[in-house]
Design a protein around this ligand. Structure first.
Ligand SMILES: [Zn+2]
Length: 248
């Protein structure tokens, strides 16, 4: 019986390790998606600034065209001023010319302000491009690390699965059926060590008689509170194989 109980505990360790490894593998797609969305966010920010700068450049060119048109109109009126017949027409023409000149200088001021703003936008675009590049580089490194980590997890998983099968092959089917039933009902934890006279699963104190029996390892003893199979493990025993501690 001792051999069976030890094997049961070993199956439990491997089942827990396999479950842990599977959970970690299941998290990989989400980690990859988070990396991708980081890259997308940086690209979006770059596009946003670039589009803003391009739109600003477009409206500046439109203003430059307006300056050109207004300047041409002033020149035209300056030529026509010599052809007017009356004082009234002359005054009106001068008024037109003055108005045109004012408009040109107002537009030129706006263009100057926009040119300064354009410098700021160009700098922002340059910084956003650098940031996006940096995010992309980091993402590539993260993907590599993630890939090699999931490779490690997969190979540990294969090792643990093979190890479990070897132990399962040694267990009597009726004992295995009991293990599976308890495992289903107890969230995957069916075999626990006795810890200081208490159940290592639910921490209920065990009657002394039961602790003696568990210690003997000659019978399949279950916890009266949670129904888990109790085994005796000397403290400071060998670390469970197949798992070498948490990663990261
Ligand atoms: Zn218990």
């Amino acid at each position: 019986m001792r051999r069976i109980l030890e094997n049961l505990f070993r199956v439990q360790e491997l089942d827990s390790a396999i479950r842990d490894l599977e959970e970690r593998l299941a998290g990989v797609p989400a980690d990859l998606a988070a990396i991708d969305s980081g890259v997308e966010a940086a690209d979006r920010e770059l596009s946003r600034i670039r589009e803003k700068r391009q739109a600003q450049e477009k409206s500046r060119r439109a203003l430059e065209q307006q300056v050109e048109d207004a300047g041409q109109a002033v020149k035209k009126h300056q030529r026509q001023v010599y052809e007017v017949k009356t004082n009234k027409e002359y005054t009106a023409m001068l008024h037109e010319i003055e108005g045109g000149k004012r408009r040109v200088s107002e537009l030129e001021e706006r263009i100057l302000a926009m040119m300064e703003e354009a410098e700021g936008l160009a700098e922002a675009e340059r910084l956003a491009a650098l940031a996006a590049e940096e995010v992309r580089r980091e993402a590539e490194a993260k993907r590599c690390r993630l890939q090699s980590r999931s490779g490690e997890i997969e190979s540990k998983l294969a090792g643990a699965t093979a190890g479990r099968q070897a132990v399962l092959d040694e267990l009597p089917p009726d004992i295995l059926a009991v293990y599976r039933r308890i495992s289903r009902g107890r969230n995957g934890l069916a075999v626990v060590p006795m810890v200081g006279g208490a159940c290592g699963g639910c921490f209920a104190n065990l009657p002394t008689k039961l602790t003696v029996e568990v210690h003997g390892m000659e019978e399949l003893i279950t916890c009266e509170a949670c129904g888990r199979i109790l085994v005796w493990k000397p403290e400071g025993g060998p670390a469970p194989a197949g798992e070498d501690g948490p990663e990261n």
